[in-house]
Design a protein around this ligand. Sequence first.
Ligand SMILES: [Zn+2]
Length: 821
Amino acid sequence: MKTKRAVIVQCRLSSSRLPGKALKMLGDKPVLAWVLTSMKKVKADKYYVATDHESYETLKPICKQNGFDCFAGDLDDVLKRFCDLIKTLKVETIIRATADNPFLFYEAAQASVEEFEARNKGRHPCDYLTYTGLPHGSGVEIFSAQSLLDAATQTDNPYDHEHVGPALYNHKDKFKCEFIKAPVRFNYPELRTTIDTYSDYLRAISIVNYLKNCKEPYTTEQIISACNSDAVNNPVVFVPSVVKGQGTGHLHRCLSAAVETKGFVYIPDDCTLVETASILDEYKEKGLENWQIINALPDQTFNPVIITDNFKLSPEQAQSFSKCKKLICLDEGSDFSEYSDYLLDIIPSYDIDRLPNLFDTSYISKPVNEKAERTHNIEKVLVCIGGEDPASLTLPAAQALVKNLPGAKVTAIVSDVEKYRNILNINFIPPVENLREKIFEYDLVVSHYGLTAFEAAFAGCAVIMVATTKLHERLAQKYDFAFIPHGKIDSLKMQKALESPLLYPQMKMSIKQKSLGSYIQKLALGKKLYCPVCGQKSEESGKNAKPDLVISRNAGRTYRRCRNCGIVYMSFTAEEEMQYKKSYFFEDYKKQYGKTYEEDFNSIKAQCTRRLEIINALQDDLGGKNYLDIGCAYGPSLAAASELGLNPFGTDISEEAIHYVKTKLRYPSACSAFPQIDCQKEFGISQFDSVSMWYVIEHFKDLDSVLSKISEITKEGGIFAFATPSGEGISAKSNLDHFYTISPIDHFSIWEPSKAQKILKKYGFEVIKIVSTGHHPERFPICQKENIQKGSIKWNLIDKYSHLMQLGDTVEIYCRKKADK
Ligand SMILES: [Zn+2]
């Protein structure tokens, strides 16, 4: 006879962390409906929602719509609620799900109930069974109806009564409970799909949005692909300024990028920008969806990429945002930009002293409507001094214009038209919707430093900037705008501005408009990295929660210096990851060095011979000659070592390279992603007399495990030597930002010889020799300035100076493993 089954979904509306979560909307239906649609796919004889009396009336219609019956029972004694329901059903097997899991694996539920029944028909009966290893929130429990009824009578433990399963599995002496590792298809313990918190809810929204073209309920594979998607792993949250007095430009820009990227936009309930609601409506017509607007920020459990367009971050904001997955700031004007992983300036920054990663005005949304012809006749004038005009500059500016331009029609945008009702000759109007596309109608626009000024310039209008601070004055000058200096406005000052040769701005900026949304999307997928030696922990546990100091920013990357160990490292990269395939040694190598790796083999080998001779000279007389080259590539150093009488061993991540070393050069070598190598197993040697890394050490994101491993495989008294670009060479010293801009995208740490000892000491090494290499007199600024020719006396002097002062652009560091670590 067939066993009868009941699916029971447990649901209540009183949740402390996220009240009413079962009714929260996901896509076009409440969370509970998602759960029921999914559980309906599991074959059963009865389908029930078990709730409390208070929630019953609310939930009943949803249950009915989805083919479930609704049962009301005890609110707190959930065990009793279940038993009361079970007593009314004539079934043997219960499949229990909870209403906070909209992405249940119904295939796994079906498989587990079949397994449960098979066991109970066979020789391994059990009372309870569940799969382990499913995403948190995708699993169900299967148990015998009778066993649960028995269990309930045998426990008065409050915990057992607040739940269901524990009455069985916390009493394994009486009940046989099976926790079975789920089949591979369902095994994703690192994923989370449940809705317990607001952050979980936002994740669920992202999953639904990602899968919106799929039929519901979603399959296991669909749910997993959504969980691993960029939208779910790098959720973007825009944080625009919605503060009265800071203008509407920030909100406009974020909403427009959110329409493009489908990111969330954080609008706190207490936002003071009066135009917010109407602007939101404007963008809803352009495709902004309701779910995109959030009024609380997700926490670490749905770790967002924060994009701020917030005018000025507060120190608290900067600190808390920097703990998120990534912090990307647009036109950030505070003193806390150190916290930001990436600074993008679109309108040249308010704070002109700090350097952004990228300054690019082509991300300003240019008006579609432009002046057809540039007449130097000023007939229509617009005064638009942002938002609430805190400095009250609008009226004096407009009056000065009337005086200077008799006959011209002067219009001024003000938030309160009534206030100006008695002033003649000036046309006062309220804020204009979509001003950008109307600005071309004016011949002259008088504005403060902000988007409108740039948009007017792009539309072909004459522009006068009214400097609201000294800083704005400098900015207006920097970007070649006619301006009225900071302070009172009078008609004389206006006259001077009108006579300025800069009245029609020659936009130096590129004309081609770029998409801000897609650039933000690219940045959001960028990688945040921590100190390769100290890792993330040191930053978190650091006494001062300050971020590591920014050394340099460029369009693709940010570099910082670790406060703890002093190393300079790449802390953010928006560039694609490098693959060390054959092309790395051939095409890429040629691109970087101008010749192929093979062509270069002999000259590389000669360098290796020189370095190995240094190692030999430094080596204590250990009697051993075992030498390991990590990142041996096609084996030039191994060949050099062999000629010097050493026993060479090599390892490299490139299979092609190792194949070449093994078959052509015939040296023992192993393909490995160092430090994942067992040298004893691969070579029969656990410790080497010397270990080298030639231009390899800078490629590791996790140097700590690399240096620990090297320490482990180097004999006491043995030598570890490496070569790497120098962060203290002439290129870095003469133009730091250029040096970091051209630093290859796969160099994660930059070594400064003066800091090496401190870092290496931690791993039991003592630096005993530093050789400055890569001397290039032509890279000295004086050489370029005075056009000093190669071979000349001055050239030779600079070369000598470079050697003496150790200003080479590369460096070799030799250290000895100390006897007692
Ligand atoms: Zn560090």
